[in-house]
Write a protein that binds this ligand. Structure first.
Ligand code: ADP
Ligand code: MG
Ligand code: MG
Length: 254
């Protein structure tokens, strides 16, 4: 079972000019098997939410809690959060020159499980995961994200998701910069992961496009560091027609 609970989360970003409050009380419960889409305009704090939950040092949690299956994540290091079952696919995946995809994945898997995966089955698993993302076998010898196209970075992240099979996944704009074919491949990977039935998925996006391929259980509208509206997938369809403006105005007047 994998339940992610975010309660009254307040987060500051640490800047050279001092602390800047970004998240202003986020509440969200993701139950096993659910996919929650978080949609909001640029600069509303969606990535801040993802980074704060993952434990990025530039983001300071000033109030509130985040638990995964009852374990308080905010008190754990980044590595401990991953071992607790949390996975973050970043909006801008980082390059790791000199570290091959194969070694990177093996190290991550070993860190999570506490033991190294068996070589023969692991090589097959990696090839399978890359293949499902339509990444060539030779990909595993390349340096992580170095010279990858935007689409390859995102497909590599979803291959990672499938291999590591965490309890909860936060996917930050996994759809950005993807052409229609890559969007389908990535969506199918997320759907396979979610179809296990006991995983928690938070899908951050500002376009409704990906929601044609990944059906969210709930949709949340995120404006100025808070969830300001919630609904089913029809909310995403309404957003497509109306945009965020009404929500931005309402939040400014609140
Ligand atoms: P979104 O992902 O919704 O586009 P972000 O979480 O990236 O929003 O950003 C939210 C706000 O926090 C923006 O105003 C952004 O400029 C600010 N912010 C995020 N990171 C930093 C940083 N490292 N330094 C200064 N401001 C930041
Ligand atoms: Mg943004
Ligand atoms: Mg962002």
């Amino acid at each position: 079972m994998s339940t992610l609970v975010i309660s009254d989360l307040h987060v500051d970003v640490l800047t050279e000019e001092g602390n800047k409050p970004i998240l202003k009380g986020v509440n969200l419960t993701v139950r096993p098997g659910e996919i929650h889409a978080i949609m909001g305009p640029n600069g509303s704090g969606k990535s801040t939410l993802a980074y704060a939950i993952a434990g990025h040092p530039k983001y300071e949690i000033t109030r509130g809690s985040v638990t995964l299956d009852g374990v308080e994540l905010t008190e754990l290091s980044v590595d401990e959060r991953a071992r607790a079952g949390l996975f973050l696919a970043m909006q801008y995946p980082v390059e790791v020159p000199g570290v091959s995809v194969a070694n990177f994945l093996r190290t991550a898997k070993t860190a999570l499980d506490g033991v190294a995966p068996k070589v023969r089955t692991w090589v097959k698993d990696v090839e399978g995961a890359l293949g499902r993302m339509q990444l060539d076998k030779t990909f595993s010898a390349r340096s992580v994200n170095e010279g990858f196209s935007g689409g390859e970075k995102k497909r590599h992240e979803i291959a990672q998701l499938e291999l590591l099979n965490p309890k909860a996944a936060i996917l930050d704009e996994t759809d950005s910069g993807l052409d229609i074919d890559a969007l389908k491949i990535v969506s199918e990977g997320v759907n396979r992961y979610s179809a296990q039935g006991d995983r928690a998925v938070v899908l951050i996006t500002h376009y409704t496009r990906i929601l044609r391929y990944i059906e969210p259980t709930f949709v949340h509208v995120f404006v100025d560091g808070r969830i300001v509206a919630e609904g089913g997938k029809e909310l995403a369809e309404n957003l497509e027609a109306t945009g965020y403006e009404q929500y931005v105005k309402a939040a400014a007047n609140a």
